[in-house]
Structure formats: structure tokens, C-alpha cells
Design a protein around this ligand. Sequence first.
Ligand code: PGA
Length: 308
Amino acid sequence: MSFNTTTTASNASCSLASSQKTSVRGGRANNKLRAQKHAIARQNGRRASSLVVCDGTGKFVVGGNWKCNGTIDSIDKLCASLNSGKITADVEVICAPPMVYIDRVQSKLKAPYQIAAQNCWVSKGGAFTGEVSAEMLKDANIPWVILGHSERRSLCGETNEFVGLKTKYALDTGVKVVACIGESLAQREAGDTLNVCFAQLKAIVDCVTEKDWENIIIAYEPVWAIGTGKVATPDQAQEVHAGVRKWMNENVSADVASKVRIQYGGSVNAGNCDELATKPDIDGFLVGGASLDGEAFVKICNSAAHSK
Ligand code: PGA
């Protein structure tokens, strides 16, 4: 188990302790940082309240969300570029092509690339024009599906509850889920970032079992950073990731909170990935625009080498 209960003072101290916290991803612990963290907690002594400090322990994972982009020609070129790039870091990589090209991409991409769909239906297939069922993904050997992306929430009216139900159905069908959460600019400016993320997570927690979390990746994607070129700063992202992990500890279990992988998404590119990857609670990325450039995407995958 990777949680330690320690004491510290205010919320400000919480984020300080959290940003100083040690990661044991890969089983390595940095005792010096851990000692510093405890010293900070001791200094804050008086107004102390309980703070759980957690270390993410999962393998770095990068997803490429190709969204509704591409032609046969451009997709073939992208696959060739990805196959010729060298993934040298210890990283899991998942590419999500548009549905119509999934079969083609799956037959072209070589290991380590895995495939995800960008959506699936909430229940068994049938009279649901335009949809694809989790059974179909399973049948076509598609191991992953992205659910609850902000574009589907805002453009297709998917509610938190609907995303929770979809997540459960996909998992029960044997398809693993990248579950997206994140706040809008207005919600961030109103100070609601964590509450919005927690409500989105709760709707998923309400539907799934503790064991299901073995097959879920959380993607934190602030809506204001998606496709805008405005990336969250590493500290902004880390703060939310640490908050999400703490919430998972309190609302699911210490074990799940430690193991669940939390990706950051929103204008990640070849230039900003290395620094973001150093943050202890960032366990990977979900990449939109830059995933359409094979060379850039391979560089982003290799930023896993910077994760602590
Ligand atoms: P972006 O998209 O990298 O283009 O900002 C991320 C996403 O929507 O998953």
C-alpha cells in the first residue's frame, strides 16, 4: 500500500506536502523527499489536520485521441510514422482512431500500440442508429474505449450519470475504459474545479465495483485546455491530480487510489510533455492534436522516461 497518513496544517500546506511527495512508481521510494515531507508536516504542527499522502504506482500510459480527423491516406501515413518511431521508454500506448478506420489502423499499427474506440453505447446493441456497442468492440478485439470526453459531454449532452452507466457496461463487456473528467473555464474561475471533477468521478464510482478500477484510467482534461493551445501548468495539473487521488482514497480505497492511473489531457505537445511528466501524480497523457503527428506523439510517449 502506498498511502501514509501524516499531519499537516492548512490546505496550502496540503498542496505543498503533496508537491513534495515521493513517488514509488516502479517500486522506488525516495527517502530524502519523504523525510522532507514529514519535516514540513511537523513544522505545521499546531493547526494540524489529517492529510493522506499517496503515491501513484501505475505504469505511465499515453493515449492518442485522433477525434474526427483523417483520411485513408493521412491515416496510413500516420501509422507508418508511428511504426517507424522508436518508443524507448517504459510506457503503455493507446491510439484511438475514428471508428470507420479502426480496423485498418489495428491491422497496421505494431506493438506497443494498442487500440481504443472513442465512444460506445450505454447498453447492448440494437435499434440505436449511429451507435457502436461495447459487444462490437469486444468482438473486434478493441481492448479500450474512451468515455465521457468533454466534447461528448458538451456536444452530445452526455451527463455524468450516463457516463457512469456507459463505463460500467463497457467494463462488464470486457472493454477497458479511459474515463474523462474536467472542468470548464467558467467552473475553474468560480473555484469549482475539484467539485466538478469529484461529481463526474462519483457518477462512475456509483456504478462500478472496486475491482473494476483495475481496468479504468482517469483522464483529467480541463476543457479550457483542450485544443486551445493553453496547457495547464505542471503545478495546476499536479494539484488536480493529487486532489483526485486523495478523493479516490477517501471514496474508493487506498489501494485503488494508489494504483489508478491519472492522465493529463489538454494541449499536450512535444515541447511541454517532459516537464508535465515529472509531476508525481501525472501518470500519462491523453493527447488530441499532437497525436496526429507521429514524430511528436512518439516524443510524448517517450516523456515517460521523465516520470518520477
Ligand atoms: P488536445 O486534445 O491535445 O488537442 O488539446 C486533448 C483531448 O481532447 O483529448
